[in-house]
Structures are given as C-alpha cells and as structure tokens.
Design a protein around this ligand. Structure first.
Ligand code: NAD
Length: 483
C-alpha cells in the first residue's frame, strides 16, 4: 500500500495562501491507510468575511474586462488545468482515496471550463415590444456578483467543475467551500486560477466544516448559494439562507433505479450495474444506481453475472491503476454502513448474496468494506429507501414495464435512473415516466458540460451544466426605454 505524503493545505484568499485560521485545524485522514496526510486550516467567520470582501473587488475587476478577455482567460485556465491534470488527479486521490482510474474525472474541470468559456461572449439578452406604446423592454442577464459554491467531499473536483466554470462565465466571483474531508485538489485549482491571471480573489478557496459553511451561507455579501451535499445538510442551508433570503440551488442525494429489461445485453448490463453501483467510488456517489430492478425472466442469469463481476473486482491501493474499488471515507462511514447491512440482514430486507464485511489483511488499517449485494430486496425496506452512501446494492425482480416504473419511482429521491434495453420505443416510453432529473439509456452516468444535471423530488432543485446551468448564475433585469 502506497502511503500518502504529507500535503500542504491552507486557505486561498485574494490570491494569498492563508495558513492560520479562526476555524481551527482539521487533521485530514487518508482513508486507504487510516493515517493523517494533511493539517487543514478551516475558515471561520473572520476568513469568510475577508474572502467575501476580496471577491467583490475581484468581481468588479472581472467585469471591467472586455468579454473577449474574460473568455480568453477562462480558456487559459482550461489549458492550465490540462497541463496539470495528473497532479489534480493525484490530489483527488489523496483527498478521499478514490481510485486513480476514477480520479481522471479531473478532466471534467477542463471540459466545463472550455464549454462555458464559449458562453462568455454570447449575447444572453432579448428585447420585447410594449403593446400600448413604442417603448421597448431591454431584457438583460447580469451576474449576481459574489456566489458561494459548497461542495461535498465525494466528487469534489467534478462538482467544482460544473459550478465554478459557469459562475465565472456569467461574470461572478466565487467563494469555493470544499469539505474539510477533501480540500486538496480544489486548493490546487484555486492556485491555477491566480497563476493564469484571473483577478486575485475571483476564486477564493475556503475549506471549512459546518460552522464555516454556515458563516458563508449567512453572509449578506453572498448573493447566491450553489450547494451540493446531503438532504439533511440542505435543510440547514435553506434555514441559514432564509436569514438574507439568499437563493439556493440544491444538488442532493439519490437512490437511483437501474432497470434491466429481458431484451438487454445481459453481459453489458451486469458490467454497467456493477460499475454504476457498488464499485463506483465504493458506492459513494450521488449518481450510484443502488437499486437494480431486473425482469423476472432474466433475474437469475443477471444476478450470477453481476455478483461474479462484483466479487472479481480489484480492491486495494487507490494509486494503483489496476484498482477499481477503494475504501470508504472514514471509520464512522464504516460503522454506519456495516450497521445498514446488519439491520438489513436482521430484518430480512433481502438475501445477502455477496460481501457484507470489513476487509482485513493488508487493508485492515484502511476503511475498506467488501462490495455488498442483496437480492430479492423489499422496496419498502430502509435498505431500499435510504441513501446508504456505501458499496451496498439492492437487486429486485419486476414482472412488467408498469411494475418496473412503479418500483423505480417509489422513493423520496429523483436524481438518476438507468434503463437497459435494446427496444428504442420502450427506452423513450419508460424514460418519460421515470421521476428523475437524468435518465441514462444503456449508459453510465458520464456527465457532460452540455447536459443539465439535477434532481426531482428530494434530490434537489436547480441544474448544473448546459444553458440551464449558466442561468443559475445570472439574474434578469428589464430596462424599459421610452421611444
Ligand atoms: P454533506 O451534506 O455532509 O456536506 C456537503 C457540504 O456542506 C460540505 O462542504 C460540508 O462541509 C458543508 N456543510 C455541512 N454543514 C453545513 C452547514 N450547516 N452549512 C453550510 N454548509 C455545511 O455531504 P457530504 O457527505 O459531503 O456529501 C455526500 C452527499 O452529497 C450525498 O448525499 C450525495 O448524494 C450528495 N451529492 C450530490 C451530488 C449531486 O450532484 N446531486 C453530487 C455529489 C454528492
């Protein structure tokens, strides 16, 4: 097992690295070894205040540049990210021990920056006539000024990519608040922003826990919050945002269904279900398909293939390119997930088909669990209804299309849904009936800058990506001109 080096952390405010902070220091643990690898200063209210002031100065400077200059600077930033992809991916591994094969999502940062750089110089306004006069309404879209982007520890870089790129393209400055559990790659991204010549303070990076996060949300200088995380935290964020009536986008969790019809390519469906399920960041992704619904006529054949792939997965050192399955984030996550598994067994929620235990041997010091599969799960059980956020997947049977859709929609969440079928008509029909912000047909959840992403129901509101994602960072002004 490669031990993680000791890595520098800090806050980035106004282009300067700040190593002492009023929020205290978090001892960051590398989940693959259970050992500390960084001391992370946490932003408190004082640093949030400083960062907001510096961001407003940077926003004014940003908007004083011509649109082509702003576009070119974002392209320069995408180039800098491209040149540093390897380093960003490795820092992402040190952040939360995600396998390096998956940390390649650092490339999303580059893709989102290039895509949204293309929007900087495009007109977003319109004009409409006034019915009873010759006046004109000139409808313009303007940046909010300074926005707060709060990211989760899982997929910190992917979320940074999908939020910071459109926020800057729209003309805002950003306070980027990564989780104290995964701040390292985001801090390096913040340094690149300064290095390529963005105004100092345009992207301030302020790692913090709940206290610093709350100070950010309550700050009157923050004009919009883009929050990604769990639904319990979202409720607190909405309460804090109510103080100044600050608008919020909420990208939350899921309990996504993956429907395998009898005409699907079963080998491909089993592979997709394993890598979109327990193996995807050890089940620690909002996008995970944690419920696999299989037509009864192919259930046994599917389960054999699926369990075979899950059990054959290479588990180990996240920096080893052959490894696809790493540890979960912390000891408390290990305890919580084992608790979910034990309760599912005790209550007969389903049949334990694979996994269910902590891994020992040379992995014993890290937070490694076996990828775990339950079969014939009752969709009403806690196992099927709550976001486990660990490598645990429920498989269940359905008889026909209508039953598949009913089970898929029967959770409080509505983030993703997956459909495996060769029948294009059925794919369309089912996709339209699924209560989910994204439906993936015979496809992994491979997010792209042009595709709006977000939730239905308790998976949140608002979108990242595409024109819809850009508009989250713009507010509308109508200028009426007398003619
Ligand atoms: P979390 O809710 O614990 O934390 C999210 C962020 O909120 C962190 O930066 C945290 O420090 C901050 N925070 C905590 N308390 C706060 C407060 N009172 N005020 C302001 N900020 C506060 O979530 P997590 O464990 O970091 O991430 C996992 C969750 O995120 C899962 O539910 C997952 O599904 C979800 N997620 C959703 C998406 C999406 O795009 N929909 C993407 C990734 C993760």
């Amino acid at each position: 097992m490669t031990s993680a080096p000791t890595l520098p952390a800090g806050l980035l405010i106004g282009g300067d690295r700040v190593n002492e902070s009023s929020g205290g220091t978090h001892s960051h643990i590398y989940p693959a070894t259970g050992q500390p690898n960084a001391a992370v200063p946490l932003a408190g209210a004082a640093e949030i205040d400083r960062a907001v002031a510096s961001a407003w100065d940077a926003h004014r400077e940003w908007m004083s540049l011509t649109v082509d200059r702003r576009r070119d600077l974002l392209i320069d930033l995408a180039d800098a990210v491209h040149e540093n992809l390897d380093e960003l991916a490795r820092l992402n591994v040190h952040d939360y021990a995600v396998p390096i094969t998956f940390a390649g999502t650092a490339v999303l940062l580059e893709r989102f920056l290039r895509y949204f750089a293309g929007y900087v110089d495009k007109p977003h306004g319109a004009s409409t006539p006034v019915d009873w006069s010759f006046d004109v309404n000139l409808i313009e879209r303007e940046p909010y000024g300074v926005v707060g982007v709060i990211t989760p520890w899982n997929g910190a870089l992917a979320v940074t990519a999908s939020c910071v790129a459109p926020a800057l393209a729209a003309g805002n400055a950003v306070l980027l608040k990564p989780s104290e559990l995964a701040p390292l790659a985001s801090l390096r991204f913040g340094e690149l922003c300064t290095q390529v010549g963005l105004p100092a303070g345009l992207v301030n990076v302020v790692p913090a826990g709940p206290e610093g996060g709350e100070a950010l949300v309550r700050h009157p200088g923050i004009r919009k919050i883009h929050f990604t995380g769990g639904d319990a935290t979202a409720r607190k964020v909405l309460q804090s945002a109510a103080v100044n009536l600050t608008p919020v986008v909420a990208e939350l969790g899921g309990k996504s269904a993956n429907i395998v019809f009898d005409d699907a390519d079963l080998d491909a469906a089993a592979m997709l279900s394993a890598h979109q399920g327990p193996l995807m960041q050890s089940g620690q992704s909002c996008a995970c398909a944690s419920r696999v619904l299989v037509h009864e006529s192919v259930y046994d054949a599917f389960v054999e293939k699926f369990v075979g792939i899950v059990e054959a997965s290479t588990i180990g050192d996240p920096l080893d390119p052959a490894v696809v399955f790493g540890p979960v984030i912390s000891q408390s996550a290990v305890d919580r997930i084992l608790g979910v598994i034990d309760e599912a067994v005790a209550t007969g929620a389903g049949d334990l088909l694979a996994g269910g235990k902590r891994l020992g041997g040379e992995l014993a010091q890290g937070f490694y669990l076996q990828p775990t599969v339950f079969g014939d799960v009752d969709n009403a059980s806690a196992l099927a209804q709550s976001e486990t956020f660990g490598p645990v997947v429920s498989v269940m049977r359905f008889r026909d299309e209508a039953e598949a859709v009913r089970i898929a929609n029967d959770t409080p969440y509505g983030l993703n849904a997956f459909v495996q079928t060769k029948d294009l008509g059925r794919a369309h029909r089912v996709a339209r009936r699924l209560e989910a912000g994204s439906v993936w047909i015979n496809k992994f959840s491979d997010i792209s800058p042009g595709g709006p992403y977000g939730g239905y129901k308790q998976s949140g509101f608002g979108r990242t990506g595409g024109l819809e994602g850009l508009q989250e960072f713009l507010q509308i002004k109508n200028i009426r001109i007398a003619m």
